[in-house]
Design a protein around this ligand. Structure first.
Ligand code: ATP
Ligand code: MG
Ligand code: MG
Ligand code: MG
Length: 472
């Protein structure tokens, strides 16, 4: 079937609506009352209150397409076919209502029925937890060929204490020719080290309570929690080698190519990475700012800053010298408007925030890159494999290079970064700032604005540090 991303998203929600689920709106990326979480990273993350029993939902069957951010995947982006910083997770949830039988039967119906997604069952593979023979029996009963069911020891979802249970993962076989494509992780199943078998859907059967004494007791009310990556599903329907060659990303890649110095997508592996990183990051940046976050030096804000700066550096690799990311914001809005019309409404505001941050970084980027290249040269010439903490801190503090970016760049050149040394410099700077503040206090400065600053919101410039005698 040839379906657009908007149709694929809608079909999932319609299917579970027809099975008695309430369709929930995608919750904001900034967690509402959950201080333990930096970003909403899955559908279930928005439903903790239902699963821990603190709120009882009107309907115990829920479904959503939840925007999610995973910072642990930032460095995968551009290098694997399937990872994003921001992606949408399609999910159906049973809060103490239906369990394995319905969850598995419906998943198979949605994927393979010609009335719905109509995928070829030959292309689907499913893993089960070896001790979970119930699920295996149900899978065989709904018609999954035994040769397409694999037992996998690590299919057990457990976060320490609390609800836990076996899970099953559904993989799509993208064909032999994918075997040698990717510089990929060995997580991919069953072949390993390839992107042939694409994990599309994870179904968790939470049936135990993991107790403090590390025993497991059956839960009185068993739950279902599932997650399927929309972008991966779209890549299957649109016959794309990676998630990027789809209607969710190509307009962004096209526009970036227009800004670039004559580069086109699909010409060269290295520049393709840059196109992918930019298309991925601008989506995350746009939605994160739209949901109320702002670039800054810590927490969520630092993630946004890091994404913007990483995207800008990749822009340079495509010959883009001036601020350009902000011009992609309305393109994101256009692509996503059927499910997220608010993005287009906010596009001016989001664009301004992005442009300011780009401009700020562009001022120091050229000099910073020069320093970086010199450092790499010098480190290699000295026969060392690690860049010292002090210059890495200087890159961070004076030129605004997030340390993760420097590390990535060093890694591209076969070098490491002295992380501990960097942290030491960072701490020393904070101590100096604190000392300066308590001085101000002791001098009787009453201005609350001055004494209450918790963290500097901007990196301190070269001049300030030079004046303080920190840099020579
Ligand atoms: P992978 O092994 O590919 O990293 P995962 O097992 O970490 O995926 P889950 O936590 O099981 O992913 O999330 C449920 C589903 O969400 C996955 O099956 C996948 O379709 C999708 N997904 C997870 N992480 C990402 C990501 N970074 N980008 C796009 N989709 C993702
Ligand atoms: Mg993962
Ligand atoms: Mg996985
Ligand atoms: Mg998984």
């Amino acid at each position: 079937k040839k379906l657009s991303s908007a149709q694929i998203r809608q079909m999932y929600l319609d299917f579970f609506k027809s099975k008695g689920h309430d369709v929930l709106k995608s919750a904001p990326l900034v967690p509402q009352d959950d201080p333990t979480l930096l970003w909403i990273n899955s559908g279930v993350a928005t439903m903790k209150k239902y699963f821990d029993g603190s709120v009882v939902p009107k309907n115990h069957r829920l479904t959503s397409s939840q925007k999610s951010i995973r910072t642990n995947d930032i460095e995968n982006v551009g290098h694997t076919a399937r990872h994003h910083t921001l992606f949408e997770m399609l999910g159906n949830f049973s809060v103490g209502d239906y369990f394995k039988k319905e969850a598995i039967t419906w998943a198979w119906e949605l994927l393979t029925s010609p009335d719905w997604y109509g995928m070829d069952p030959e292309k689907l593979y499913i893993t089960v937890y070896p001790k979970d023979q119930d699920s295996k029996k149900i899978l065989e009963k709904v018609g999954v060929a035994p040769t397409h069911i694999f037992e996998a020891e690590d299919n057990f979802w457990d976060i320490g204490q609390g609800p836990s249970g076996p899970d099953s993962e559904i993989f799509y076989d993208r064909g032999q020719e994918m075997n040698n494509l990717a510089e990929d992780d060995p997580e991919s199943y069953p072949g390993g080290e390839n992107e042939r078998y694409l994990e599309i859907w994870n179904i968790v059967f939470s049936e135990f309570n993991h107790k403090p004494d590390n025993t497991y007791e059956p839960l009185p009310h068993k739950n279902i929690d599932t997650g399927m990556g929309l972008e991966r599903l779209v890549s299957v329907f649109q016959n794309a080698k990676t998630n990027f060659e789809t209607d969710l990303f190509m307009p962004l890649i096209q526009k970036t190519a227009d800004f670039s110095n004559g580069y086109q997508y699909g010409q060269d592996k290295a520049t393709d990475v840059s196109f992918k990183v930019i298309a991925d990051h601008i989506r995350a940046i746009t939605f994160a700012i739209g949901d109320g976050a702002l670039p800054s030096n810590d927490g969520r804000g630092y993630v946004i800053r890091r994404l913007i700066r990483r995207a800008v550096m990749h822009g340079r690799k495509l010959g883009i010298e001036n601020a350009f990311l902000y011009k992609l914001v309305p393109v994101v809005g256009e692509i996503m408007k059927s499910a997220y019309p608010e993005v287009l409404d906010q596009a001016d505001y989001i664009g301004k925030v992005v442009r300011d941050e780009e401009n700020r970084f562009n001022v120091t980027l050229k000099d910073g890159m020069e320093l970086m290249d010199n450092l790499i040269q010098a480190t290699k010439q000295n026969g060392q494999d690690t860049i010292a903490g002090k210059p890495v801190f200087k890159l961070y503090d004076t030129y605004g290079f997030p340390v993760e970016l420097t590390e990535e760049y060093a890694d591209d050149n076969g070098l490491k970064v002295d992380h501990a040394g960097f942290e030491k410099e960072m701490k020393a700077q904070k101590d100096r700032a604190r000392a300066a503040r308590s001085d101000a206090k002791s001098m009787g400065v009453q201005d609350a604005l001055l004494t209450d600053i918790k963290t500097p919101s901007e990196y301190v410039g070269y001049d300030t540090l030079a004046a303080a005698g920190v840099l020579k």
